[in-house]
Design a protein around this ligand. Structure first.
Ligand code: ADP
Length: 358
């Protein structure tokens, strides 16, 4: 068992380093949701085309009938289910067990499936649940060679304020959380609840209770959730039983606030403040990832709470994955192009006019 583990572990490390060397450690996957019932009923057709022979390209038909081609590390088709999405994502998330810090983000306009991808529904569970399930499965498989402890925390960033979603907010409604640098130079949020977890069903219950806490104090749970970032942190404490080496790594699974620009009429009061905070933090995130992708000397982590919290898990040999979520509907064309352009900029790859179809 020991030698099997060592062989497997060094092979995984070798392959992972090879991939990082070839492609860097920042990935962008694009996921387009299917047309929904209302869109179908009103006769909408999809403005997003997928090429069956390429799993990394898509084409958007613009309002003047011109076509714009985009290329990412992977492009899911609307019919790709949660299992297919997780299969492609699995090697990245499970690398936390091999000692990597990992950040996964879902970016896009409200209603494009960010929560569906990350959280999912009871019938179609998303990346968060499937990841934990896989981490438990691998931990069990490595029993006797590696010992792992898994802890989960859940927090929300709303208007640049951090809220602990697992704390008893009824007794500490105004408990303010701040980011501090710990002795080893990593960013920590002192006082953040960390729940030790032993099985996937327990995690599902914790996620449910965290989500309930998200809506406290807001008139509409959906509205608030689209205007705040929700971060699930999985801490993996690993101990190699062969050489005694101990590791502590974080996997962050982030459902970002909606990226849509708000209409001019709506922009006043609270809504104006919220949208300014969202714009600021999403562009700060874009700036950090593109600075990392271009290997810039200065990475502007401190420009938002979101990037500051994630500082120790973004960059270096940490792995980053962004899901850019889009809608196929013509009515969302403007936002779709904005999201695809953002993701293109983040990844440091060029988009261009459509390739000739053969
Ligand atoms: P967001 O979090 O971006 O606001 P949601 O995850 O709430 O969007 O998705 C909006 C609606 O679309 C939900 O009813 C969700 O179940 C549905 N949906 C999103 N993506 C898909 C998909 N790939 N397949 C089927 N339904 C989806």
């Amino acid at each position: 068992l020991k030698s099997k583990y060592l062989d497997e572990s060094s092979e995984r490390k070798r392959l992972s380093n090879e991939v990082i060397e070839l492609k860097g450690n920042i990935r962008v996957f694009c996921r387009c949701r299917p047309l929904n019932e209302n869109e179908t009923a009103s006769g909408s057709t999809s403005v997003v085309n997928f090429e069956s022979s390429h799993d990394n390209e898509l084409q958007v038909i613009c309002s003047d009938s011109s076509k714009k081609q985009f290329k990412f590390d992977y492009v899911f088709k609307p019919e790709d289910n949660q299992e297919v999405v997780f299969d492609v994502t699995k090697p990245i998330v499970t690398s936390v067990l091999d000692g990597y810090n990992v950040c996964i983000f879902a970016y896009g306009q409200t209603g494009t499936g960010k929560t569906f991808t990350m959280e999912g529904t009871p019938e179609h569970r998303g990346v968060n649940y499937r990841t934990l399930d896989e981490l438990f499965r691998i931990s069990e498989e490595r029993q006797g060679v590696m010992k792992y402890e898994l802890l989960v925390s859940m927090l929300e960033v709303y208007n640049e304020k951090i809220r602990d979603l697992l704390a008893d907010n009824s007794t500490h409604p105004s408990k303010k959380l701040e980011i501090k640098q710990s002795a080893d130079g990593t960013q920590e949020v002192p006082g953040l609840v960390e729940a030790r977890v032993y099985g996937t069903e327990e995690v599902w219950e914790i996620l449910k209770s965290g989500n309930r806490a998200r809506s406290v104090g807001s008139t509409s749970a959906n509205e608030l959730s689209s205007r705040s970032h929700c971060l699930l942190r999985v801490t993996v404490m690993g101990e190699n039983l062969i050489n005694g080496q101990k590791t502590k790594c974080h996997l962050w699974l982030v459902d970002l606030a909606g990226s849509e620009r708000v209409g001019r009429i709506e922009v006043e009061g609270e809504r104006l403040k919220e949208s300014q905070f969202i714009n600021k933090s999403l562009s700060a995130l874009g700036d950090v990832i593109s600075a990392l992708a271009s290997k810039s000397a200065h990475i502007p982590y401190r420009n938002s709470k979101l990037t500051h919290i994630l500082q120790s898990s973004l960059g270096g040999d940490c792995k980053t994955l962004m899901f850019v979520q889009i809608s196929p509907s013509a009515t969302d064309l403007g936002e779709t192009l904005c999201s695809l352009n953002f993701a293109t900029r983040v990844r440091g790859i060029e988009s261009g006019p459509a390739r000739k179809q053969t």
